[in-house]
Design a protein around this ligand. Structure first.
Ligand code: NI
Length: 390
């Protein structure tokens, strides 16, 4: 049976898996049910190796081709975790767990990579080895890094890695990617300002933390407008401001929180340095003190040039109907855990159209099952093209 027919024939079954994952969302590393199903299915497809517990709850499946003379080993990655969001849909397969929801489509990513595993284990029409990487905790938990720290790349000899994320607004059958930075580094900060509280009628006897903090919020906007190269992208957002609870009291302390997003390591360093300088010196100027906790999150998701060109070629073969491949999509300031894998090995991350759906992380979002054959076709074609059978 030709490949597209075989994959089309698997669509209904893969859809059933996807909807089961959707009904049973799990968070971060606590993906025991999902990981258990993934491992069980990989074994039932006849994968040569299935290993669980990598990066706590990550699962790896290994499929060797008809031959392995090429010595090539390619890693394909899917994420398994959901989000702490209350689902607001009336879908028959809506989340059965209150406060948890697959609002980023990782249910679809996991189901599509399982579908590709099934096809590849059945046909083995390639010369080399595929390593399927099912990771936990993409949503803020660093599950990819946990798997790498557990030695997944060396242990399975992975030479190149590929990842995929669905993209609402992009038509089903279309793809988008770019070489270089595709998604941002995402850092977070927490600022504590300590002044001198007191009666609001006697401000002269206080050090007004609230006034100090508002100056800090305003001055932080100068990092992007005055320190960053205007041709580069950066975001500095203060997203929480907690101070005071009475009409007539000047608060003793204030707390600010926020995020910094950048597309290059140099700008990332610059933003961190300037943020700390601005906060501490402004506080000092008013006679207050301030501390900054700055926590680096996911690094830049940086696509490697050769693998990106290769991935774009695969996408062009698979792009369906009115589908197209945009090789110059602008970067987004969102962040992605796959960035750690791209730091460990050359590879490429690609966006795949989810059609006209609600946005990612929205309570009405749903993965588009019509995209399943496109995603599975991308994985299968990538493997068979990168490691052609003799
Ligand atoms: Ni996601």
């Amino acid at each position: 049976m030709p490949k597209t027919d075989r994959i089309a024939a698997l669509k209904d079954e893969i859809t059933t898996w996807r909807r089961d994952f959707h009904s049973n969302p799990e968070l971060l590393y606590d993906v025991h049910r999902t990981a258990g199903i993934v491992a069980e299915k990989l074994a039932s497809f006849g994968c040569d190796e299935v290993v669980t517990g990598i990066g706590r709850t990550g699962v790896v499946g290994v499929i060797r081709g008809r031959s392995s003379g090429s010595g090539k080993v390619i890693g394909l990655r899917a994420d398994m975790d959901a989000l702490p969001i209350e689902e607001e849909t009336n879908l028959p397969y809506r989340s059965k767990v209150s406060g948890k929801m697959h609002a980023c489509g990782h249910d679809g990513h996991t189901a599509m990579l399982l579908g590709a595993a099934r096809y590849l284990a059945e046909t083995r029409d390639f010369d080399g080895t595929v390593v399927l990487l099912f990771q936990p905790a993409e949503e803020g938990g660093g599950g990819a890094r946990a798997m790498i720290d557990d030695g997944v790349m060396d242990r399975f000899g992975v030479q190149e890695v590929y990842g995929m994320h669905n993209m609402p607004g992009l038509p089903v059958g279309s793809f988008a990617l770019r070489p270089g930075p595709l998604m941002a580094a995402a850092d977070r900060f927490r600022i504590r300002v300590e002044g001198k509280g007191g009666h609001a009628a006697k401000p002269n006897e206080t050090i007004d933390t609230l006034l100090v903090s508002t100056h800090i919020v305003t001055a932080l906007q100068s990092i992007v407008s005055r320190n960053a190269d205007p041709l580069e992208s950066a975001v500095v957002s203060v997203t929480a401001f907690k101070a005071g609870e009475a009409f007539n009291v000047i608060p003793q302390t204030a707390e600010l929180m926020g995020t910094v997003r950048t597309l290059t390591p140099e700008l990332r360093d610059l933003c961190e340095t300037r943020l700390k300088e601005i906060v501490t010196t402004i506080a000092r100027a008013f006679g207050a003190t301030a501390t900054v906790e700055y926590e680096r999150g996911y690094p830049v998701t940086r696509n490697h040039a050769a693998q990106t060109e290769f991935a774009a070629g695969i996408a062009a073969k698979v792009a369906a109907g009115a589908g197209a491949v945009d090789l110059e999509v602008p970067p987004t300031m969102g962040a992605e855990d796959f960035s750690f894998m791209l730091e460990a090995r050359p590879g490429a991350f690609i966006f795949m159209g989810n059609g006209d759906s609600a946005g990612l992380h929205h309570p009405a979002y749903d993965f588009n099952d019509e995209a399943i054959p496109v995603g599975v076709g991308y994985w299968a074609t990538l493997v068979e093209t990168a490691m052609p059978a003799n």
